[in-house]
Design a protein around this ligand. Structure first.
Ligand SMILES: Cc1cc2nc3c(=O)[nH]c(=O)nc-3n(C[C@H](O)[C@H](O)[C@H](O)COP(=O)(O)O)c2cc1C
Length: 165
């Protein structure tokens, strides 16, 4: 179930992301820039994360590249290691991905369609953990494995955030 976040109060937000080629990082940085006008926002790469980074956090945004239909190992490890802390948080998830419709051959495109993307996998885990999921998982498209992000993805991030706040 998705609950709307209706608040005018300043929140402590943690954006926890991973990135190999910088595309997920770009979206994460854009989200940070947008939210920090009104909120207290921390941006941390999964490999640098420490438990203490959860201190006083109310809203956790997780962003991961899709790698072999899943989130990265560093993101998965954090989800596995800190379910008790994460359960207490409002959460929202995004990933970066390649649009399966653009993939040739068709057999690979079908496998990608069937196997899904990182954000939905993380969201499933968050549902099991029992965190308060406040947005639908969102995917941002890259043109190729190393990027760049497709045109319009920043605006999509803007719309995604407007749906949350
Ligand atoms: C080893 C590898 C596996 C990948 N697997 C997938 C996949 O299963 N589905 C998909 O949509 N994109 C896949 N991609 C493309 C990534 O999603 C893309 O590299 C990523 O979004 C870029 O984000 P980053 O710049 O933050 O690393 C893969 C890329 C690599 C290098």
């Amino acid at each position: 179930m998705i609950n709307n976040l209706i608040t005018v109060e300043k929140m402590k937000v943690l954006i926890l992301y991973d990135s190999f080629f910088g595309n997920t990082e770009k979206i994460a940085e854009y989200i940070k820039e947008t939210l920090e006008e009104e909120h207290d926002v921390n941006l941390i790469k999964a490999g640098d994360f420490k438990e203490a980074d959860f201190a006083n956090v109310e809203f956790l945004i997780i962003g991961s590249p899709t790698r072999a239909f899943r989130p990265t190992k560093d993101i998965t490890n954090i989800l596995n290691k800190y379910p008790i802390a994460i359960k207490e948080l409002k959460t929202a998830v995004f990933d970066t991905r390649i649009d399966y419709n653009t993939i040739k051959p068709k057999t690979l495109s079908s496998i990608m369609k069937r196997s899904g993307y990182a954000a939905e996998k993380i969201n499933k885990r968050l549902t099991k953990i029992g965190s308060d999921i406040i947005a639908s998982p969102e995917g941002f498209y890259v043109e190729d494995s190393e990027g760049p992000l497709e045109k319009g993805e920043k605006e999509k991030a803007q719309r995604w955030l407007l749906g949350i706040f």
